[in-house]
Design a protein around this ligand. Structure first.
Ligand code: NAP
Ligand code: MN
Length: 260
């Protein structure tokens, strides 16, 4: 029997939909919060980010139900629960491997590693951030501005898009470095465009401002002191999204951003 868990956004509608799923799966699957094969996220894309971080150390497949409008990580809508139950029962699916970023934070002579599904970002608007940006140990620029964002293809439609980055068609392991409010004038200049890099590259960030740094990883937020450097690369680990039915990426983009 399939072992499944639910991660539910804590609003009334999502809780109601989660109960509907539990009832529908009664004969088909076993609820197992600790060791599931399938994690069903009920809420929004943000709920899926929570789900992925919760089960990051286990080998699970993810499927999402959106209780609002269609999302990028959520394939089913709240009125399609019967269809989802049937799909789980039929157990026919494709696996969609999504890339993660590996973010290494060096401080006090040791390294802490974080994984990101959408992006990592350093973003602080009250004092200009001065950040030396290296690609494979070669200096690219001394960036001045609010901050920097490095996103995955999955994350390209999230924060990255809001700050003018490109949307990346899924399927290729790439990472995108995008500037947040760069200062561009006679004295200070940075690239002023997003840079897209492959899995062989490493982005290294160093700064005198890293005595105290705020870093966002997906829906999580960390405050660090005395950071020596931050390295970002495409992780070897991927996360498995279950596709019981496929929707083209272009259709998803159209529904989310261009028209109903
Ligand atoms: P949130 O503040 O609810 O997220 C902001 C919006 O981003 C929500 O509408 C969320 O969808 C959507 N979103 C998340 N991942 C996405 C993806 N891969 N593609 C397209 N849209 C996506 O916070 P949250 O729900 O915890 O999500 C955290 C993420 O929000 C961060 O990783 C960051 O990318 C994004 N974010 C964006 C901005 C911005 O655009 N200015 C600011 C803060 C955070 P749902 O409503 O379905 O959750
Ligand atoms: Mn959200």
């Amino acid at each position: 029997m399939i072992q499944y868990a639910l991660v539910t956004k804590q609003d009334e509608l999502s809780k109601k939909i989660a109960q509907e799923i539990k009832d529908g799966l009664k004969e088909i699957a076993n609820y197992n919060q600790e060791k599931p094969d399938l994690v069903i996220s009920v809420g929004g894309d943000g709920t899926m980010l929570t789900s992925v971080h919760q089960y990051l150390n286990q080998d699970v497949g993810y499927i999402g139900v959106h209780t609002g409008t269609l999302g990028f990580y959520t394939d089913y809508l709240k009125d399609e629960i019967d269809e989802l139950i049937m799909a789980i029962k039929n157990n026919q699916y494709k696996i969609n491997h999504r890339n993660l970023l590996e973010v290494s934070v060096y401080r006090h002579g040791k390294k802490d590693t974080y994984l990101a599904l959408n992006e990592m970002r350093i973003d602080y608007g009250f004092v200009t951030q001065v950040i030396n940006v290296y690609i494979d140990d070669e200096l690219l620029e001394v960036f001045r501005g609010n901050g920097l964002c490095v996103s995955t293809p999955s994350g390209s439609t999230a924060y990255n898009k809001s700050i003018g980055g490109a949307v990346i068609y899924p399927g290729t392991p790439l990472m995108q470095l995008t500037e947040v409010a760069p200062i561009q004038h006679n004295a200070y200049r940075s690239l002023g465009a997003s840079m897209i890099l492959d899995a062989n590259r490493v982005i290294k960030l160093e700064s005198n401002h890293f005595k105290c740094v705020s870093m966002g990883i997906d829906n999580l937020h960390f405050d660090f002191s005395d950071v020596e450097k931050i390295e970002i690369r495409i992780a070897t680990k991927t996360v498995n999204f279950i596709e019981y039915r496929s929707m083209s990426f272009i259709q998803r983009i159209r529904r989310a951003f261009i028209c109903e």
